[in-house]
Design a protein around this ligand. Structure first.
Ligand SMILES: *[C@@H]1O[C@H](CO)[C@@H](O)[C@H](O)[C@H]1NC(C)=O
Length: 348
């Protein structure tokens, strides 16, 4: 079995997990262990002829076992009701949401699905499983409100949060829009309480907004019902000096990851400044929020962006988003691993 196939099995597991792990936090137990065996044509997980060191006594097919159905059963933990997962953030959230929906569809090509977009909310559903994978476009997490003086970026207001209540798994992200200026900047001034500012240091504004988001989580999330993730800052590759290739203007033409010749995994540009803010804010929270810490591993993938193969050719070169298949698939594998770990841990 090849690696791609393994990824699909992992994804199947992810879906059954997203759908079927209900009640885990309920009694502190874990009903991943209660359920039933279901027939699954995509099984077995591996072909023993590709495992050269298998002990003879376990290799039933080779020893002549004639029936094969026993290979085709997958463990399906108890289903109680469908689960929902929502990505909330900018187009990097769209990138990860799309990666997950593609992986799920490829894993279950015959399962009916629907993908509906209403305004800023995209909902991908497998009706038979009751599973929903959503993406809510929200570049800043905090609110932008139109006033007589133009659009205000409200660093201490987060009404948008009403949409996030009752979701089982929330995956937040914000960063890229905080640097936009001029025509790409969708607000005219910043407001905090009654005070208004023409502008401020963007990292300072970012920290204030993240603190507002953290307060929302502290007062609205019940950790027994909802798991909260923060999708780490996704780095772009707009300056070759970051990876010791000063002649590279951006990511165009990059064909392989950055490999540090000194043998460690450090990225020459060092930690991303926004990543440090995220770590600081999440580190001060009392409710459990899992940082999906993908910044450093993504920094190494200067080769993973669309560059001229996105929507704009050379006129709209893209060194921010990621090609699919690609880096966000790894983010989802890590999200899966973290979810599994958080649900297997007895509820405290
Ligand atoms: C790239 O980064 C280097 C080092 O930080 C800096 O000196 C240079 O001005 C940057 N180039 C561009 C085009 O921003």
């Amino acid at each position: 079995m090849d690696v791609g196939c393994f990824a699909i099995k992992v994804t199947l597991l992810f879906l059954s997990f997203v759908v079927h792990h209900r009640g885990i936090a309920r009694g502190g137990g874990c009903d991943l262990y209660e359920g039933k065996w279901v027939h699954d044509e995509s099984y077995p997980l591996y072909d023993t002829s590709q495992c050269p060191f298998i002990e003879k006594e376990f290799d039933c097919l080779k020893n002549g076992r004639p029936d094969k159905d026993y290979l085709k059963y997958r463990w399906q933990p108890n289903a109680v009701k469908g689960k929902s997962i929502m990505f909330v953030g900018d187009s990097l959230s769209l990138n990860q949401w799309q990666s997950l929906t593609c992986m799920l569809h490829v894993a279950l090509p015959h399962a009916k699905y629907s993908s509906v977009r209403t305004g800023g909310l995209s909902t991908f559903t497998f009706p038979a499983y009751g599973a929903k994978v959503m993406f809510s476009r929200n570049a800043f997490l905090v609110d932008i409100v139109s006033t007589n003086h133009g659009a205000a970026l409200m660093l201490d207001s987060i009404e948008g949060g009403n949409l996030w209540k009752g979701i089982d798994v929330l995956v937040f992200n914000t960063w890229h829009w905080w640097l936009h200026r001029g025509r790409q900047q969708p607000w005219n001034f910043i407001q905090v309480g009654k005070a208004t500012y023409r502008d401020m240091d963007r990292l300072v504004a970012y920290e204030k907004a993240l603190s507002t988001w953290a307060k929302w989580v502290e007062s609205n999330v019940d950790p027994a019902k909802t798991k909260v993730f923060f999708q780490g800052v996704s780095p772009d590759h707009m300056n070759g000096s970051d990876w010791r290739e000063p002649n590279a203007k951006n990511c165009e033409g990059q064909k392989e990851p950055f490999f540090n010749k000194r043998g460690n995994y450090k990225y020459p540009a060092g930690p991303h400044p926004a990543q440090l803010v995220v770590e600081k804010v999440i580190g001060a929270m009392s409710k459990p929020v899992h940082l999906l810490d993908v910044t450093t591993l993504s920094q190494l993938r200067k080769d993973g962006h669309p560059s001229v193969y996105g929507h704009g050719g050379h006129r709209d070169l893209d060194c921010s988003h990621w090609c699919l298949a690609g880096v966000p698939d790894t983010w989802n594998q890590l999200l899966y691993a973290a979810l599994l770990k958080s649900y297997l841990k007895p509820a405290s």
